[in-house]
Design a protein around this ligand. Structure first.
Ligand SMILES: Cc1cc2nc3c(=O)[nH]c(=O)nc-3n(C[C@H](O)[C@H](O)[C@H](O)COP(=O)(O)OP(=O)(O)OC[C@H]3O[C@@H](n4cnc5c(N)ncnc54)[C@H](O)[C@@H]3O)c2cc1C
Length: 283
């Protein structure tokens, strides 16, 4: 189990990260491994539950039963329909990494050169971070890609069009049968194709397999699952105040986000807010 029982929470943290998808998990790992003294205490609040290999549904009724809704707030698959767009998201410890299609490729340099792109965010500035993420997620092409019937079909069509297919990097384990570098047991991929409903083999390199345990192993990090931040009214300073939490989507609770800070002489104490609330989720 990666998540900490709610009863073991502290009353205050230096950083509270909301959401445990790529945004939240990678932020937690960077904070936990940063050269900071003292090490900050970090808490990840995830509204979804913990899903382990073997837990994921493999039938249509099973998938429907695990769909997130107001009556099933701990459901894994969330489908949001708006007038002009529909969105599928994952809700669980590891975010949408639990149900995505594993493809991990770098954006083309040209994307960053479009006029509409903010000039301060350059390809070269981001490249080391993409490379680090690819390394931790263990992004590689499928070693037997050309033996897969679907790739052979694509190859035939590509040839007709005068081109060829190329196997892209995917974050799937094909080699480890045992503990991975982050201490999580994994199995090699068996080509079952269930990546997007959730990997019951333990081969998919979701955040549950890498960045989340990396963060926990590196520092003072706790991960509360099945907890959602449901409101964050801003203070004058702009910091959110008194975040209201729901636990398991059922019992609203509050987390004390203030802490006592002493002066250098230790003679006076005042209450202060946690250093930062990092939002890795759309609230
Ligand atoms: C079917 C599918 C296939 C995909 N395939 C690919 C692919 O092959 N390659 C690729 O690069 N991308 C793919 N994506 C997209 C990719 O997974 C997302 O872009 C990525 O997960 C976004 O990361 P994130 O951290 O922004 O959000 P998420 O991963 O969605 O994480 C947000 C987290 O915040 C939690 N949360 C939300 N609100 C609250 C709250 N109030 N309190 C507490 N927690 C909260 C959510 O439960 C969730 O765990 C795919 C997506 C889907 C749906």
């Amino acid at each position: 189990m990666l998540a900490t029982p709610w009863e073991q929470r502290k009353s205050a943290y230096d950083f509270i990260i909301i959401g445990s998808g790529y945004g939240g998990a990678i932020t937690a790992a960077h904070l936990a491994t940063a050269d900071l003294h003292p090490k900050p205490s970090i808490c990840i609040l995830e509204r979804g539950r913990e899903w382990q290999p073997g837990d994921y549904p493999e039938t249509i009724p099973g998938v429907l039963g695990a769909t997130r809704s107001s009556v099933n707030p701990l459901g894994l698959y969330e489908l949001l329909n708006y007038n002009d767009i529909s969105v599928i998201k994952g809700s669980g410890l590891g975010g949408t990494s639990l149900i995505n299609a594993n493809v991990a490729i770098l954006p083309d340099r040209e994307v960053f050169e479009q006029l509409s792109w903010p000039g301060a965010i350059t390809y070269d500035a981001l490249l080391p971070y993409y490379q680090h993420a690819s390394q931790v997620l263990a992004a590689n092409p499928h070693p037997r890609a050309l033996q897969l019937a679907k790739v052979q079909a694509l190859e035939r069509r590509a040839k007709e069009l005068g081109t060829s297919v190329q196997a892209l990097n995917i974050v799937v384990n094909f080699t480890i049968d045992g503990q991975n570098p982050y201490g999580v047991a994994q199995k090699p991929c068996i080509d079952c194709g269930n990546c997007v409903s959730g990997c019951n083999v333990g081969a998919k390199n979701t955040l549950y397999m890498n960045f989340l345990p990396l963060a926990r192993n590196a520092g003072d990090v706790v991960t509360f699952s099945a907890l959602a931040l449901i409101s964050s009214g801003p203070l004058d300073s702009g910091a959110p105040s008194d975040p209201a939490l729901t636990h398991g989507g059922i019992n609203p609770q509050r987390m004390d986000r203030t802490r006592l800070v002493g002066s250098s002489s230790g003679s006076s104490w005042r209450r202060t807010t946690v250093v930062m609330v990092v939002v890795g989720a759309t609230l």
